[in-house]
Design a protein around this ligand. Sequence first.
Ligand SMILES: Cc1cc2nc3c(=O)[nH]c(=O)nc-3n(C[C@H](O)[C@H](O)[C@H](O)COP(=O)(O)O)c2cc1C
Length: 356
Amino acid sequence: MNTFGSKFRLTTFGESHGVAIGGILDGVPAGLRIDAEFLQSELDKRKPGGKYATSRKEADAVQILSGVFDGLSTGTPIGFAIFNANQHSKDYDNIKNLFRPGHADFTYFAKFGIRDHRGGGRSSARETAVRVAGGAIAAMLLGEFGVSVRSGVFGIGDLEARGLDFDFADESEIFALDKELDTAGKNLILQTKENGDSIGASVLTVINNAPAGLGEVLYDKLDARLAEAMMGINGVKGVEIGAGFKASKMLGSQNNDLMRDGKFSSNNCGGILGGISNGEQIVIKTYFKPTPSIFKDQETLNLSGENTICALRGRHDPCIGVRGSVVATAMARLVIADMLLLNASSKLENLKKIYS
Ligand SMILES: Cc1cc2nc3c(=O)[nH]c(=O)nc-3n(C[C@H](O)[C@H](O)[C@H](O)COP(=O)(O)O)c2cc1C
């Protein structure tokens, strides 16, 4: 499916080397101020370019096509497009008849029997620019309620941030959460790139000020929806909420978040209990694999099933978790916006406020 969300729904379209990518955002309440500058600035964060990302040059200028009048949402679908400009499709001619190891080439072909090999077509993370645009509009809605989402790169290869400084991450070229990771991480990425290789990374996302009560139990639990959102980002292989996998090694007496003086004393649950937000900070860690497209000769099969060698050209991110952190923020924003709308009718008293 190409649609994400229940009430705040983003449908995306487009391929890496097609004419354009874009989206339709449905369910945005009428009267929301649409800040075009903020929208573009969010896309600029994810934009390719620079030493630590793919050198593909795209302005990623977003054009709003519908659903906005006089700067306000009209309650009708917000359509938008980002035109592709710098495809270099010829770089992909030599992989037309073979499957890139680690990418989606084999599975797209197994499923559809036809594949747009240019830049990976629809399986390319170019599509995630649309998610970032949708997430930016979600952020405008969240801002009305004082809810904010922030992400930063927490780990690169074996390196890990010790401090968690989201303001620092916003300024870092690799969105690193502390100075040490920024310096060492940049060196590691460049070194890896020089070797024609790529490296994995992890991203920390926090959601601040989310009210208690978000999450549609039982089958749209908040943690389940957030995990689905993050796992749905290209290249993500794991997601943790709160103490995450470490909780499986703890005692109940260590893991439980006790309550005292009107608040929780700890946050091992990552702000979610029973699939519902508890009013604490929501904490998510997302684990990205290394970029599949690397510049080393690798064994693979061609379309006829014969052994061959994949020798790639083209431009690729050496560490997808870097730009992936912007996408993680967008996905969390989309989930929380959806959950705010869904939760609005959970109590009779809420409905009475509207209709009485
Ligand atoms: C922001 C971002 C940028 C990416 N850039 C590249 C890239 O330049 N080259 C590449 O091979 N994969 C890149 N990927 C990863 C692939 O899109 C992804 O590995 C592929 O679609 C296969 O899906 P899977 O890894 O989820 O199984 C990127 C992912 C993200 C989130």
